[in-house]
Design a protein around this ligand. Structure first.
Ligand code: PBG
Length: 325
């Protein structure tokens, strides 16, 4: 009698050959899904290797054009830009200047490869001398003053040619403030990728050295508590209501539950950020001979897709473009 249990059913039937496994695979990752984050430093002549992230360099601003062309030629279709600033001040004002590092990077990248999608990380920690993501008022980051500056930065990035604005400061109301600012300045077609559930994570450790934005203290008054899940949904739904075009979960692997929940609760394109610490763990373990890097990268990106991500920000994106998956 046939039934839906063993021995009528044998799950291994569909795993017999590579072709069969390809046929029944539920998810895939292509270069259409990957965004490469890059670090660009002003006033340096040579690429600077980042010791906490083997294989990732700070790119000199003056070489950004050639580098973007090479990245595009490898097959990467989208980059997220992080500036390493030499002109930090209390508010991070360089980030909204027409001739500031952020605007210059965007222009150089778009000039070099107009077809490359250029996403501007919209935040202040790389441009403030205290390393926080906004304006300091007493002992905390002032939410609403920071909103004003975020809108300035977003408008300046959009006028420099950024395709997507990606606010990562975790200020309340930042999506509404940016949408309004962009619309008023005539950039109603510039989209917003909200870092909507961004956790106060120790996995950002290598990034802070990479981007030169170490800070005293922490970001726990604005980024989310890693122990909270429902709150991440509230953050995401609020960002959607404020006009976000994309939602994001960050970091990735320790937060797959959040990714799956946001996927069920929103129809927006969903992005996951495989952050610097996730990259470093894989790289260092592979260097020590403990893990097979290529297979582990494939498995982690597959897990993001399975959990519901449409797009993945990953420092491995260029390796994948070059060497396949
Ligand atoms: C803030 C920002 C950070 C990262 C991306 N955008 C740092 C932070 O919030 O401390 C971290 C990315 C990573 O770790 O790879 N501008």
């Amino acid at each position: 009698m046939p039934s839906n249990i063993f021995p009528s059913v044998r799950m291994r039937r569909l795993r017999k050959t590579p072709a069969l496994r390809d046929l029944v695979r539920e998810n895939s990752v292509t270069m259409n899904d990957l965004i490469l984050p890059i670090f660009v430093e002003e006033e340096i002549d040579k690429s600077l290797p980042i010791s906490s992230m083997p294989g990732v360099d700070r790119i000199p601003e003056k070489k950004l054009g050639e580098e973007i062309k090479a990245i595009a030629a490898d097959g990467v279709k989208a980059v997220m830009l992080f500036g390493v600033s030499h002109k930090k001040d209390a508010t991070g004002s360089d980030s909204w200047k027409e001739d500031g590092l952020l605007s210059r990077m965007i222009k150089r990248a778009k000039d070099a490869a107009p077809e490359m999608l250029v996403i501007a990380d919209t935040c202040f920690c790389e441009y403030t001398d205290h390393g926080h993501c906004g304006v300091i008022d007493g002992d905390h980051v002032h939410n609403d003053m920071t909103l004003t500056n975020l809108a300035r930065q977003a408008v300046s990035s959009a006028s420099a040619g950024a395709d997507i604005i990606a606010p990562s400061a975790m200020m309340d109301g930042q999506i509404a403030a940016l949408r309004e600012g962009l619309d008023e300045a005539g950039f109603s077609d510039t989209s917003i990728m909200a870092y909507s559930s961004k956790f106060a994570s120790a996995f950002y450790g290598p990034f802070r050295a990479a981007a030169g934005c170490e800070l005293k203290g922490d970001r726990k008054t604005y980024q989310m508590d890693p122990f909270n899940g429902r709150e991440a949904l509230r953050e995401s739904l609020m960002d959607e209501a404020e006009g976000a075009d994309f939602l994001m979960v960050k970091p990735g692997l320790p937060y797959l539950d959040i990714l799956a929940k946001v996927r069920e609760s929103s129809l927006l394109p969903l992005v996951v950020y495989q952050v610097s610490g996730e990259y470093a763990m894989i790289k260092f373990a592979a260097k020590a001979g403990a893990l097979d890097e290529k297979r582990v990268v494939r498995e982690t990106l597959g897990a993001f897709k399975r959990a519901g991500a449409d797009l993945i920000l990953s420092y491995f994106a260029r390796d994948i473009a070059r060497h396949g998956f």
